[in-house]
Design a binder for this molecule. Structure first.
Ligand SMILES: [Zn+2]
Ligand SMILES: [Zn+2]
Length: 340
């Protein structure tokens, strides 16, 4: 008979405190309640006592964690109870003052019963207000949960739509916007474009738009032929097209790296860089650096200058192409091609 009640009490407690701590808290509650009645020997109807008093939580305030003014989750005094005591005390004082003012000449017993009557009325009102607050809080929590659920559902829809989006290039469904094949192809195009630019930037007279265009076409043709040949060699004959698609951007990256190295070597022999190398060497020797130190310093200066010039030439190439596309002639004097 008592077992379901004990289980029920544990379930309720587990909703308030850590479920692992619930049995101990229930045991403490029973001990306290027994002490209240003066020990188990004085309990005449143990079953009735357990169900009616021993097991029951007795919240002394509206806080659901409150049991006899002790907080179930922390074991400390219930702060909300402190408030309630204060509020009740001031309410009692207010009601007593009102009764004193309204009925100044009644007998003390009559005044006490009037105070009791008005207080009970206030308590009922207070309980109604508390009930209203609880209902409102429950409503708000439910609304918040619903909003969170809706937002999650929306996010999942968006993600699913993103996953299902067809490839922008070939229209393959379920490609998350770009299929692997087209992604490799785009990457390859970028790398080929950069490799072509590096070669053109150090060779062309950038003030001559038609020469730039012609050299770009020729260089692009050569680069694509080189890429095709290198891919065939790397993948072997009759390779799976997907394997070729995967390998192509990697080989394009190698070609780009080679082009950069070649462009830097070419620039290292240019007048500008040689002058910079000589100046760095001389400056180091003037500071009483050894010949070996001066060599190291000069080499670093040459590398830095060549890299700087390469960035600058590529930038000028892009600017020249933009001018050509916009139909404007070159605004600055052309730079002679770098001749190594
Ligand atoms: Zn409390
Ligand atoms: Zn595609």
């Amino acid at each position: 008979m008592a077992l379901p009640a004990v289980e029920q009490a544990l379930v309720v407690l587990s909703g308030i405190v850590d479920p692992a701590a619930a049995p101990q808290i229930l045991a403490n509650r029973l001990t306290d309640r027994l002490r209240e009645v003066g020990g188990e020997a004085l309990v005449r109807d143990p079953m009735g006592w357990l169900l009616g008093r021993g097991l029951l939580q007795r919240p002394a305030c509206p806080d659901r964690r409150c049991d006899d003014g002790i907080r179930l989750d922390t074991g400390d005094d219930c702060p909300s109870c402190g408030n309630v005591v204060h509020i009740r005390r001031s309410l009692r004082a207010r009601v007593a003052a009102a009764v004193e003012a309204d009925l100044p000449y009644v007998l003390p017993a009559e005044r006490r019963s009037e105070i009791g009557r008005r207080l009970r009325k206030e308590y009922v009102l207070e309980e109604q207000r508390a009930q209203l607050r609880r209902t409102r809080t429950e409503c708000e929590v439910a609304q918040r949960r619903q909003a969170v659920a809706q937002r999650r559902a929306l996010e999942e829809d968006v993600q699913e739509a993103r996953r299902q989006a067809p490839c922008a290039d070939c229209g393959l469904p379920g490609s998350a916007g770009l299929c692997p094949g087209c992604s490799y192809r785009r990457r390859t195009e970028e790398l080929v474009g950069e490799a072509v630019d590096l070669a053109v930037a150090v060779r062309a007279d950038l003030s001559d738009a038609s020469a730039v265009a012609e050299l770009t076409r020729q260089c692009e043709r050569d680069t694509r032929a080189l890429l095709r040949a290198a891919c065939e060699q790397a993948c072997g004959p009759d390779a799976d097209p997907r394997w070729i698609a995967f390998t192509t951007p990697q080989i394009a990256q190698q070609i780009l790296d080679d082009r950069r190295a070649a462009a830097l070597r070419r620039l290292l022999g240019s007048q500008d860089v040689v002058a910079e190398v000589d100046a760095a060497y001389a400056a180091c020797r003037r500071r009483r650096g050894s010949e070996e130190d001066a060599d190291v310093v000069a080499e670093a200066a040459g590398r830095r200058t060549a890299e700087y010039l390469l960035r600058q030439y590529v930038g000028e190439l892009h600017a020249a192409r933009q001018r050509e596309a916009a139909g404007r002639p070159a605004v600055c004097a052309g730079r002679a091609p770098v001749v190594a």
